[in-house]
Structure formats: structure tokens, C-alpha cells
Design a protein around this ligand. Structure first.
Ligand code: FEO
Length: 169
């Protein structure tokens, strides 16, 4: 059985994963209307779906452990960006915040000696390592490319390959 504080903290994470899904959906939509960013758009459509799966896993876990998962209200995320670089900076910042929040949940699970939740959260810990890594790699590439148009063309062409490791899950 989940404690009230653990349930509240997990429900907060449900809200954060839903917000991530919305944020990445907005990035996908913005990218889709920019010239030459078709694969970047595809990348964020998939990323958005993945975040929804993260949310669903939490909802099922909370209910399974005798809690009540709360479906959060939708808030409009950032919907336009100054450019590709600022959008990817936002992506990395977002993933770092999510990692921090998962770490806090792990802390709480240990404090409460809730080993079932601690075990459940390990999947999120690994997932965040991978997601932060992908976001960092993409930011580093954009830093190198600068405003070089052929570099940006290749960035879009190759972006899906950075997801390959994740798709096996
Ligand atoms: Fe589910 Fe990338 O946070």
C-alpha cells in the first residue's frame, strides 16, 4: 500500500510526464511547419508518445498499489521557439528537471522504506540516463553545426538514429 505522501509524489510525477508529452508535442508541431525539419518533427512526435507511456506506467502502478492516480489538467506548453537551437536547449533543460524529480522520488521511497516503489522507479532512473544523453548529444551537434545549412540538413537527416537504442525497449 502506498503512503499518502508517496501517492502524492507519484501523482505529481504523472503530471510532469503528461506535461513532457505536451511539451514535446508542441515541439513536433512547431518543427513540422519549419522547412526541412521533417525528421526533427517525427522525433518529437515519438518522444511525446514515449512520455505518455511514462505517464501511463505511473498511473497503473499507483492504482495497482492501492492508491488513486489522478489524471492532471492540461496546461499549454511553450509552443513557438526562436530557432532549432533554443528548442533543443529547452528539451535538455526539461529532461534534466525530470531526472531531478525522479531522484527526489527515489529519495522519498528510500526514506519511507517503500522498496516496491524504489524498485519500480529504477526503470525511470535508467530511462532518464538515456534521455538526457540523447538530448545532450543533439545539443552538442547543434553547437558544432552553428548556422551551417548543410550541417543542419544532415542533423535532420540523421536525428532518428539517436533514438535507435531507445526503440528496442
Ligand atoms: Fe519521462 Fe523524459 O521524462
Amino acid at each position: 500500500m502506498l503512503s499518502k505522501s508517496m501517492q502524492d509524489a507519484l501523482n505529481r510525477q504523472v503530471m510532469l510526464e503528461a506535461a513532457s508529452s505536451q511539451a514535446y508535442l508542441a515541439m513536433a508541431s512547431w518543427s513540422e511547419i519549419q522547412p526541412g525539419l521533417d525528421n526533427v518533427a517525427e522525433y518529437f512526435f515519438l518522444q511525446s508518445e514515449e512520455e505518455r507511456v511514462h505517464m501511463l506506467k505511473l498511473i497503473r502502478f499507483v492504482n495497482e498499489r492501492g492508491g488513486f492516480a489522478l489524471v492532471p489538467a492540461l496546461q499549454q506548453p511553450i509552443i513557438t521557439f526562436k530557432g532549432l537551437k533554443s528548442m533543443f536547449e529547452e528539451f535538455l533543460k526539461h529532461e534534466i528537471d525530470i531526472s531531478q524529480s525522479i531522484n527526489e522520488l527515489v529519495d522519498l521511497a528510500l526514506k519511507e522504506k517503500d522498496y516496491a516503489t524504489h524498485n519500480f522507479l529504477q526503470w525511470y532512473v535508467s530511462e532518464q540516463i538515456e534521455e538526457e544523453r540523447s538530448a545532450r548529444v543533439l545539443n552538442d551537434k547543434l553547437e558544432l553545426i552553428g548556422n551551417d545549412k548543410s550541417g543542419l540538413y544532415l542533423f535532420d537527416r540523421d536525428i532518428m538514429s539517436t533514438r535507435q537504442g531507445e526503440q528496442k525497449k
